[in-house]
Design a protein around this ligand. Structure first.
Ligand SMILES: [Zn+2]
Length: 459
């Protein structure tokens, strides 16, 4: 049995609003938290730690939970953010065609490893991934040692043929059967693997990518497998027009009618919502994966001033190519403030809650992860608060100090299941130099194959 004691420092358990323990301890036995509280109340000599981690200059928090990522998006880093053309052109004219050039299973492995390493080193301990051929993603998240929920994306169109200029969809209904088979295979092979760190979900692409029937069949599959769902919904410009044209209904209505939107579902993006859509989302009980920093790059943002008051369970997701959740927390607070002038909508603690317990609830894992409490999984991060950015420190305002000043680069150590996967800011579980070499080499080949998409300019 491994007994670890994290001693000293500011503990932010995320159990009760604004709760901060000064000079606290977190005791771990194997993969579980044994004790969280003040150092003065803890008998360290009786605990007999195998290893003591001094944390006087650290904030100690539950690991962050990213409820939406495509790890394959590593190959999009920096290449889709400043795409010419209208909002959405970065996705349709560059991202999707580039990813269509990831042909080798090793492209998926190394890209996933690079992105998962970025996530781990910036404090994420649980990620929710969806894309194609997820069996190639699973070994990467296993090797990093991060906790992951994986899902095959169930789409019925050729993604590479989409355009920002039209609401037409290049239907390829044969893809659904294959993707559903892959989803079952993924579940049978990887659900519960890596000491239980890897689980699976079912992910219809959403109303922009999957037919109403395909959405309903996805729900049937999720119920049959006994897992939750993720769905892209109200995501991009043109999706609403497309749905209205084909079904006479808006995306949220389709989400409800197909049975996809439910309390076990993570609804991703939720940008293009009118008042009724927000009502539907709230009534469904689904969790929203708010991709704040990502959608801001695309030039649009969800109507958060309508969403927050509804009591929808909120989490944060990064989608593609910037995975530092500390940026997403800032954008979640600051963009709606800038738009509305209302500075009381969301606090630093609220943003941290979205990044931790909100994600845990969305995954149906609130009893296991998302806060530092005895009995929960030892998914813990340490943030280096010795730096001038955080000084001086006032305990009563500690969460605000953290959220407005920390970046992922301040995360020094990360534990998943009590295992140190990041120490002194470096990932311990893989050869980082080899990963950098491999992903660079593969990226250059992929970008060369997709060369014409770098020249394409959306009128
Ligand atoms: Zn996505």
């Amino acid at each position: 049995m491994a007994r670890i004691l994290i001693e000293g420092g500011y503990i932010v358990p995320m159990d009760v609003r604004d709760h901060v323990i000064e000079d606290g301890v977190v005791a771990i036995i194997d993969d579980r938290i044994h004790y969280v509280g003040e150092r003065s109340n803890f008998d360290a000599s009786a605990f007999k730690a195998d290893k003591t981690i001094p944390a006087e200059d650290r904030a100690v928090l539950p690991g962050l939970i990213n409820t939406h990522i495509h790890l394959i998006g590593a190959y999009l880093k920096g290449v889709t953010e400043d795409t010419p053309g209208r909002a959405g052109s970065g996705l349709f004219n560059r991202a999707l065609p580039i990813l269509a050039e990831c042909r080798d299973p090793d492209d998926v492995y190394w890209g996933s490893l690079a992105h998962a390493a970025e996530m781990a080193t910036t404090g994420t301990t649980t990620l929710v991934n969806t894309w194609h051929k997820e069996v190639n993603v699973a070994p990467a998240v296993r090797d990093i040692g991060i906790r992951a929920s994986l899902s095959e994306m169930l789409v019925e169109i050729g993604l590479g043929g989409l355009s920002a200029d039209t609401t037409e969809r290049p239907w390829r209904t044969d893809r659904l059967e294959r993707a559903m088979d892959n989803a079952v295979q993924l579940h049978e092979t990887w659900h519960g693997a890596a000491d239980g760190r890897i689980t699976t979900r079912v992910s219809p692409g959403g109303p922009g990518y999957t037919s109403l029937e395909g959405m309903a069949r996805s729900r049937e599959l999720a119920d049959k497998l006994g897992v939750g769902m993720n769905v892209h919904i109200a995501e991009v410009p043109g999706e609403t027009e497309f749905a209205l044209k084909l079904y006479g209904e808006r995306p949220m209505q389709i989400g409800v009618e197909s049975g996809v939107l439910a309390p076990d579902t993570i609804a991703i993006h939720c940008v293009f919502m009118d008042d009724h859509d927000v009502e539907l989302l709230a009534e469904s009980g689904a969790t929203m994966s708010h991709t704040s920093y990502h959608v801001a790059k695309r030039g649009y943002f969800p109507p958060m001033e309508k969403v927050y008051p509804k009591g929808i369970n909120m989490s944060l997701g990064s989608d593609w190519c910037s995975n530092d959740l500390w940026q997403y927390m800032k954008f979640a607070i600051l963009v709606p403030r800038t738009i509305t002038g209302n500075v009381e909508m969301l606090s630093g603690w609220d943003a941290l809650e979205m990044a931790t317990m909100g994600g845990a609830r969305g995954l149906g894992m609130a009893d296991e992860i998302g806060s530092l409490e005895a009995g929960k999984k030892a998914d813990i991060i340490l943030v280096d608060i010795s730096r001038p950015s955080f000084r001086p420190i006032r305990a009563d305002n500690f969460c605000s100090n953290l959220v407005y000043n920390a970046t992922g680069a301040d995360v020094s150590d990360v534990y998943v299941d009590g295992n140190p996967i990041v120490q002194d800011r470096d990932v311990m579980t893989i050869d980082r130099a080899e990963m950098n070499r491999e992903v660079q080499h593969r990226a250059e080949a992929i970008w060369a194959r997709a060369e014409k998409n770098f020249q394409r300019i959306n009128p």
